[in-house]
Design a protein around this ligand. Structure first.
Ligand code: SF4
Ligand code: SF4
Length: 355
């Protein structure tokens, strides 16, 4: 679907003739070398959250390999096969800082996904994504952790690595205003995620059509209220709150949903368990998440950004995609600074309606 009402058939060179578009294109395409894989660092966590996808499926029973030398060796082997970017994740990587340090010494670009309750040493210069699931009353209720936001801010206020990731569930949409206000006041940067149900989960956090719509309006309201602190765009809001999942909108390219081993993520992506084993058939950035409900920010960061050509149909659609990529890089890459969004209206994903 072409967002240009004239239905003109645009050539890519015509789209790039716009100075603003070309400048942003040149800025983001310098990062097209990034090739990610993800790594479970520990099978332990210091809290237990409702709806955690780590404790679904059999990855939770992999033993931990706590030998830093083995992680050094793994990272060298990963580099040799073309991986340039690592995501260190769950259960809770902050419990094994020496393993995170081993990864960082070999692979300089990456992100650690953490609940933020234990500080990760500053020498590990990865992006740090701190998960926030609502205000402190809600966190106590569904994560069983007291004063969570206050403790997270104490650990990471002023830390250039830190991005707070507010996960919208069906029940915490209103609280995003309160939490965003607190974070912005403290100078903390944040972005938004969507609760994406683990396979078999039918609990109260799963989104409905009404909660998707309300979340979209709230995201855009907060994006306007805190433009300096909120890393997001109108198109991020569309992609992640659409009635259709990311897979339906963009065709997920992770191996679990993509049998092709020829190109891109389907070829290079691996999801390592804590014992350093991996299994192509279940590999994606959020394993054991239900693909029908997948709106996860990590998934979109790979799946939407990979769809360059689908968005090169007209200037507005391409601007929307550039905003998405600019947001993704600001959230995931140390030193990348987000620009002003180019497209401040709702643009439909190619081939779909806007809702
Ligand atoms: S903090 Fe993360 S890994 Fe730990 S239980 Fe919660 S969602 Fe799972
Ligand atoms: S859960 Fe999401 S990222 Fe994983 S395979 Fe399914 S659609 Fe892709």
């Amino acid at each position: 679907m072409n967002a240009d009402p004239s239905n003109k058939e645009w050539k890519f060179s015509e789209i790039l003739a716009d100075h603003e578009i070309r400048a942003r294109w040149e800025k983001v395409r310098r990062y097209f070398f990034l090739r990610e894989s993800t790594y479970d660092m520990a099978n332990r966590c210091n809290i237990r959250c409702e709806g955690c996808y780590y404790y679904k499926g059999d990855k939770q029973s992999a033993r931990e390999n706590n030998d830093p030398t083995a992680w050094h060796d793994l990272m060298r082997a990963e580099k040799a096969r073309g991986i340039t970017y690592v995501v260190l994740a769950g259960a809770e990587p902050s419990l094994v800082p020496e393993l995170c340090e081993a990864c960082f010494q070999e692979m300089p670009l990456g992100t650690i996904a953490t609940n933020g309750l234990k500080f990760i040493p500053a020498s590990i210069n990865y992006k740090i994504h701190i998960s926030v699931w609502g205000n402190d009353a809600t966190s106590f209720d569904i994560r069983n952790a007291k004063n969570m936001l206050r403790r997270q801010i104490e650990n990471y206020k002023g830390d250039p690595r830190a991005v707070f990731v507010y996960t919208f569930t069906r029940n915490n949409i209103d609280q995003a205003r309160e939490v965003s206000g607190i974070l912005a006041e403290q100078g903390c940067r944040l972005t938004f995620n969507m609760f994406s149900a683990p396979e078999g989960y039918e609990g109260p956090l799963r989104h409905s059509a009404a909660s998707l719509d309300y979340t979209r309006r709230t995201m855009i309201e907060l994006l306007k209220a805190y433009p300096g602190e909120v890393f997001f765009s109108h198109y991020n809001a569309v992609a992640h709150t659409h009635r259709s999942s990311l897979h339906e909108l963009y065709s997920c390219s992770y191996p679990r949903m993509n049998p092709s081993t020829d190109i891109g993520l389907g070829r290079s992506f691996r999801q390592y368990r804590t014992d350093l084993s991996w299994n192509r058939e279940v590999a994606c950035c959020v394993p054991d998440t239900d693909c029908v409900d997948c709106r996860h920010y990590a998934s979109g960061s790979a799946v939407v950004t990979a769809r360059l050509f689908r968005h090169a149909t007209d200037p507005d659609t391409f601007k929307a995609w550039l905003d998405y990529v600019d947001t993704y890089l600001a959230v995931w890459v140390m030193g990348y600074e987000k620009g002003d969004n180019l497209c401040n209206q709702l643009v439909a994903p190619p081939g779909h309606e806007v809702f």
